[in-house]
Design a binder for this molecule. Structure first.
Ligand code: G6P
Length: 374
């Protein structure tokens, strides 16, 4: 009811603004990177314990649906770069029905807000039936079927999420997955004490960094007013921020019904560039990372064809607003944790565009919060 909503118009907006708290709660009590952080729930399905498991595996297989799948796609970059483990991410409904090559030395990681998504549960059971017994879930509901069925778990503390379009569940999943990456790296002797300390410091700073991003809302509203009249939008990102672009496009289509697609920016010239006109807004996630110069030339390709760019640029990227280029400056650069910050303006963009279009933000047509049947 209205009382619970406080100053917010919709649950989705409230949940977007709860993210600093949700991340703080999810990381509460994490003083050091220890594998035991993942043993919260294994009394249901006793296994070997997290440390022996993390030491014995040779690869990671992530299974999820929807927004949780995009969290997995971000985690793949972290796991390969920091824990040096090969990592595959699969859409649960694809994995469960295809013939794959099982390796018992795999850590199977499911990601699910509800812990009850039918496809993700079936994908887990399929992996188990193929002899993969090292299972871990990053899940927001401690009492869910998924937590009961996995040997290891990290319970995110987003709190109950009501908006069908997932927001705080996604960013808390990312926090849990980053911890998992660090725990895997440490178990494999790949994390120095100094690196551990630096990563923990950066994670502890996330709630205040998120507050600074949420303060950009008025600028996002200006963008949303322009998006409200559009029927198509493109989202571009590279590396870690490609799945962020995908999540931004998903949010926009879920609640505004604008057709939105995300591309890895380097793929622009292999097709979507043909769609670019002045009526196609192109959102670019532009953190100041090693791929910035490449991304800038992708942006040039869009502008040269009359496309209108909306860039979320880190403070130190020197990308300036110009004709056909709208820039919102993100506070600072956040290294590997940057996806947790860059997704927030995209959530707000989808939200305010939906409000401007008058759609039913918290209950978009044809969609359910949790899909417990196939
Ligand atoms: C539904 C929801 C999405 C969610 C997906 C996976 O499609 O509308 O917001 O990302 O299910 O749900 P899960 O609970 O497994 O994360």
């Amino acid at each position: 009811g209205a009382a619970e909503l406080g100053p917010y118009r919709h649950y989705m907006q409230k949940e977007i603004f709860e993210q600093p708290r949700a991340i703080a709660d999810t990381l509460e009590g994490v003083e050091a990177i220890v594998p035991e952080l993942f043993e919260a729930a294994n009394q249901h399905a006793p296994g070997d314990g997290a440390y022996p498991t993390f030491q014995s595996i040779r690869q990671v297989l992530i299974l999820a649906c929807g927004t949780s799948y995009y969290a997995g796609c971000v985690a793949k970059y972290w796991i390969e770069a920091i824990a040096k483990l090969p990592c595959q991410v699969e859409i649960a409904s694809e994995y469960r029905y295809r013939e794959s090559v099982p390796d018992p030395a795999t850590l199977v990681v499911t990601i699910t807000q509800s812990g009850e998504t039918a496809d993700t549960l079936s994908a887990l059971r399929h992996a188990q039936s193929l002899g993969m017994r090292h299972t871990l879930t990053v899940c927001n509901v401690a009492t869910s079927a998924m937590v009961r069925e996995c040997k290891l778990a990290y319970i995110t503390r987003a709190g109950i999420e009501i908006g069908v379009a997932s927001t705080k569940a996604f960013t808390t999943q990312l926090a849990g997955l980053f911890l998992l990456t660090l725990a895997l790296a440490k178990s494999r002797g790949l994390l120095t004490e100094e690196q551990e300390h630096e990563h923990l410091k950066a994670m502890r700073h996330l709630p205040s960094a998120l507050q600074a991003v949420l303060a950009l809302e008025p600028q996002i509203i200006t963008w949303a007013e322009q998006f409200a009249a559009k029927e198509n939008a493109l989202f571009l990102g590279r590396g870690l921020h490609y799945p962020v672009a995908q999540e931004g496009a998903l949010k926009l289509k879920e609640i505004t019904y604008i057709h939105a697609e995300a591309y890895a920016a380097g793929e622009l010239k292999h097709g979507p560039l043909a769609l670019v006109t002045s009526s196609m807004p192109v959102v670019t996630v532009a953190p100041n990372d090693a791929l910035l110069e490449k991304l800038k030339s992708n942006m040039q390709e869009v502008r040269a064809r009359g496309g209108v760019l909306y860039a979320l640029a880190d403070d130190d990227t020197h990308i300036q607003s110009d004709d056909g280029l709208h820039v919102i400056r993100m506070p600072g650069h956040y290294g590997p944790l940057s996806p947790i910050l860059h997704v927030v303006p995209l959530q707000l963009l989808a939200y305010h565009t939906a409000v401007a279009r008058g759609t039913d933000v918290d209950k978009p047509r044809n969609l359910a919060k949790s899909v417990t049947v196939e």
